[in-house]
Design a protein around this ligand. Structure first.
Ligand code: MCA
Ligand code: AMP
Length: 507
């Protein structure tokens, strides 16, 4: 195993590899660790543009999965900047929020984005006084001297939805990322000979930390896809290109549906390839027991379910060796303190008593960017308050739900009902609305809008969806619309959302 992280404790270890093994496999070709190492250092040098250190300048990254994405992310880290990865499929108002909130001064884009999107980004960046650049024009001809980065410095801002209407910027330091990576390397037995596909969005911890950073840290091969593409991915799986597979439950559901659509021979070729892998991991949302059992029956793989959050990386995990229990998220990872607290903020030390999960450790983020109040409110006596409720049963944690009904998990994405409601309320025809997540086999929860229209107005779901297209990311757009005369409210005038989540409400 490469001992890079020990030789160079201050820089991201991917940059300490310098050998001819394949680091990245992309549609455009393969990149060895030496190639990547050199390219990242040239990018860092180009970003520095004569300066000795970026000193935590925020640099946006709007690039789909590719060598350019990796070069930019690690180039920013190497030059002392803060990377702000953005949703390449996000709507313009969302991108604008992230850019302004994080006070981004430069945005690295990829010219293969849609032309209309590039034009719109140009106009936006001009208005916000942000310099837009590409990787090709930024790469220096030769790598220059790069700064030493102290571990406590800020490395990344990821936007996450919460109980407030607009997403908040979660700031992680180099030390946080290192802690998040190294605990997983050990827990899941990562090896340099591993090979893993990366098809998850690259503005979230799951794709960035669990797959990309872990893979590059250990010296493994990471196969980067522009996005999740079933046929392409399954072809590679069938060719037995991977030893590891990490995905959200929705993706496992979609693969099962895909496999069921194949003839027996092709299905068997893929299921046996999954069977031969070292490990299949599920996370970002609850893995239903039914899915766990279906996957095992179909592929022979016992899914390893783990629990994490943007603010903490991973906190709990079923064991790599040992019992992987269906419906449970296992035990605290090494170096991560996890405990349950009751409503009065008292530690729960008994089993079978539900409480809020709170987390401590080097893995826990530093702050919400420029939001001291939200940062302060999210900690209690040094513990980060996740807002998730769990119970400990026979040693293992089981997630029971969230303390806020306004957070929806759809296909692994965390969404704020309030943010979606805020946008819907700007629709001319909508008088009042409430957004909830309704249980759904594919998505986990499906965004559902309950709407009361202004007098004399009509609105169909297709009309609403097309109106939403330029205003929110595709995965936030309501999957169902339920028109009501008025919304159910309690004596205080607050919408009674639990009534709207009742099973069968949409029938
Ligand atoms: C796509 N659509 C969705 C979602 N994704 N709708 C609701 N929820 C979604 N998650 C929309 C599409 O825009 C499209 O709309 C329709 O659904 C069908 O799209 P389809 O092609 O089937 O889906 P897809 O484009 O293949 O995407 C599905 C996906 C994707 C691959 C599961 O959602 C995904 O990558 N999810 C993973 C998110 C993730 O990595 N989360 C980690 C954050 P229309 O038909 O109208 O055009 S959590 C995290 O990082 C923490 C730390 C953790 O614990 O891991
Ligand atoms: P995010 O803020 O996008 O990082 O999403 C983190 C949230 O995803 C957590 O607070 C949980 O609500 C949820 N989550 C992650 N993993 C699991 C899991 N295995 N089971 C249930 N919920 C999960």
């Amino acid at each position: 195993m490469n001992k890079g992280s020990q030789q160079h404790p201050r820089s991201f270890p991917a940059l300490t590899f310098d050998n001819s093994s394949v680091a990245l496999h992309t549609a455009a070709g393969e990149w060895t660790y030496s190639d990547l190492h050199e390219r990242i250092n040239k990018m860092a040098t180009g970003l520095l543009d004569g300066k000795s250190d970026l000193k935590e300048e925020r640099i946006g990254v709007l690039i789909p999965g590719s060598v350019d994405y990796v070069t930019t992310l690690l180039g920013i880290w190497r030059a002392g900047g803060i990377a702000v990865p953005l949703n390449a499929e996000g709507a313009l108002p969302e991108i604008e929020h992230s850019l302004t909130c994080a006070q981004v001064t430069r945005l690295v884009v990829c010219l293969s984005l849609d032309t209309d999107q590039i034009v719109a980004l140009h106009i936006l960046c001009h208005a916000l006084n942000i310099k837009m650049l590409t990787v090709a024009e930024t790469l220096a001809d030769v790598a220059g001297k790069l700064p030493a980065i102290a571990p406590g410095r800020r490395a990344m801002i990821l936007f996450t939805s919460g109980t407030t209407s607009k997403p908040k910027g979660v700031v992680s330091t180099h030390k946080n990322i290192r802690a998040q990576v190294t605990t997983l390397l050990e827990a899941w037995g990562w090896q340099a000979k591993d090979s893993i596909p990366l098809f998850l969005p690259l503005n979230h911890v799951h794709g960035i930390v669990n797959v990309l950073c872990c893979g590059l840290w250990i010296g493994a091969r990471v196969a980067v896809f522009r996005r999740f593409e079933m046929d392409l991915l399954m072809t590679q799986v069938r060719l037995r290109k991977y030893t590891l597979f990490m995905a959200v439950p929705t993706i496992y559901v979609k693969i099962i549906q895909y496999l069921e659509s194949l003839d027996a021979g092709r299905r068997e070729a893929i299921t046996s390839a999954f069977k031969s892998m070292r490990l299949n991991v599920s996370g970002s949302a609850a893995c239903p027991v039914k899915l766990f059992n279906q996957w095992k029956a179909m592929t022979g793989q016992t899914l390893l379910e783990r629990y994490g959050m943007t603010e903490i990386g991973m906190g709990l995990s079923n064991p790599y060796l040992g019992e992987r229990r269906a419906g449970a998220v296992g035990l605290p990872l090494k170096g991560v303190d996890v405990a349950l607290f009751d409503d009065d903020g008292k530690l729960i030390d008994k089993e079978d008593v539900p409480g809020e999960i709170r987390v401590r450790g080097d893995n826990v983020f530093l702050e919400y960017w420029n939001n001291a109040q939200a940062t302060e409110e999210s900690f209690a006596e040094g513990w980060f308050r996740t807002g998730d409720v769990a119970v400990r049963e026979k040693g293992y944690y089981r997630i029971m739900g969230r303390s806020s009904i306004d957070i929806i998990k759809s296909g692994g994405y965390k969404l704020s009902a309030l943010e979606i409601e805020g946008t819907l309320l700007t629709h001319d025809k909508i008088a009042e609305c409430a957004v909830v997540g309704i249980e759904d086999e594919t998505w986990g929860e499906a965004v559902t809008a309950f709407v009361a229209l202004k007098a004399g107005q009509t609105l169909t779901l297709p009309e609403l969806k097309s109106w939403c297209e330029t205003r929110m990311s595709p995965y936030k757009i309501p999957k169902s619309l339920c028109l009501m005369q008025t919304l159910p409210r309690n004596a205080m005038g607050k919408v009674v959302k639990p009534d709207l989540k009742r099973p069968g409400i949409l029938l």
